[in-house]
Design a protein around this ligand. Sequence first.
Ligand code: F6P
Length: 568
Amino acid sequence: MTDSAPVDPTSTDGWKKLAAIADGFTPDLRGWFDSDPGRAAKYTFQAADLTVDLSKGLVTEDVLTNLLQVARDTGVAERFRSMLAGEHINVTEDRAVLHTALRRPAGIEPSLVVDGQDVDADVHATLDKVYAFAEQIRSGAWTGVTGKRIETVVNIGIGGSDLGPVMVYEALKPYVQPGLEARFVSNIDPADIYEKTADLDPETTLFIVASKTFGTLETLTNARLARQWLWERLGLADGSDEDKTSAVAKHFVAVSTALDKVAAFGIDPENAFGFWDWVGGRYSVDSAIGTAVVVAIGKEHWEQFLAGFHAVDEHVRTTPLEQNVPVLMGVLNVWYSNFLGAQSHAVLPYTQYLHRFPAYLQQLTMESNGKRVRWDGSPVTTSTGEVFWGEPGTNGQHAFYQLIHQGTNLVPADFITIANPPRPLTDETGDGKGVAPGTDVHTLFLANFFAQTKALAFGKTADEVRAEGTTDEGIVAARTFPGNKPTASILAPELTPSVLGQLIALYEHIVFTEGTIWGIDSFDQWGVELGKQLALQVTPAVEGDQEALDAQDASTKALIAKYLELRG
Ligand code: F6P
């Protein structure tokens, strides 16, 4: 599989049939539900604890049959197995892709050996080291250089070394040990580290420098600023090297695949947690990159988190494509983007705890599938990589849903929610109108979840608007909702660590399905390199070097000159 050329999806029979179906396709969710009382049940699926209703999608039997045929003909299931086995499906970096190994439970026989490495043994040895460290912080056995227990861990990382940990920390806040807090610094804008450390006590703060490569400009700059902050705030700025080193030893740990560079920074390799080049940054939240979260929520919850991922990995591995939830969602995304013209995809969590989930998914989906060549270097044969975006409901309802309901763009949307909130509240007084005293606010919240997917699917016809009393025809048009806006509804019992792991794995495998169909390597990210190179090249000009300034293009030169003028 690793060397084989990707199958051009557009050459498959399924694709050709889909193209014919798409020609003149008139979705009719009202009609489809009316004529098929079993539609909801037919298109509702289960993956571990996730109930996924795709019936409000623009899907028919014909469409689904052909989409799944495309998945078969492009080898989605075979490539998934290749990935699990450690084949080098990340062709452009000649690497295995083994984030699924990060959550394999201990003791599976035979153990996974890839490129001579006992992956299972290494994963669990690292996990044990992270758990032991986390327990030291949680119990207070680990103290800062002045003997005080750690109260705040500050994760310094960016991209996959930030978005995953911060998203999971926010999602699992109810599981955080009282008295412990995690913060996350990512941006090289000094405002970020300034604001995140301004009110912290250095004696009770520990920094986790998280960087797969330990070469990322933003992270290393912030790590140096953090070290400087620590020394200054501990009164060691003019202290001895020995005192400074002792402070770093007690207030800095690192997570990286490059342990030599960790040591060069001054962090004791004993206090460093490794991972491997077969874990992509955006697939690394369940590796040691999650150390800040393990500290916050503890070993037991982290194990549940990993078990959630594994449950969905097993679902994908063992479930026929017709019932395989990530595959079904992935092929539907292909349908929407390649055949129905959707260019973006909204992810709308109806649980505030998932407020960073869309941001996390932006990297997972777009860094993975925003590609224009296939894994053999040939151009892609169809458009790839939708723009993923979103905000929690109900906030989004009062912001951008207008466009989804009545705009001219097709925006498929995933609605995600939970039945049982961790922090239920009752509105004791009510509003004297629709909200009765004693109303469970989560019920109000979820009424919005259900109402929105209903409105998007079925809309409101002109006759319905007229029947409500609107007579001016101009206004009737403005008040009409076309409906047939596709949504997927994902419902879980509650946002446990396991359910969160399941949700992340679900999207990882949606990305995989789409990427495989398009024939692209979803595990490299060459597209971010040019900006990094140019930032380094431009830096002397921004520092005022005239020769470097003269070497810039006219626009960049003028902008930098204006910037220098404004800085004075
Ligand atoms: O910007 C690209 C990228 O390599 C991401 O893929 C990665 O998650 C991020 O930078 C951070 O990289 P690192 O963990 O090596 O600091």
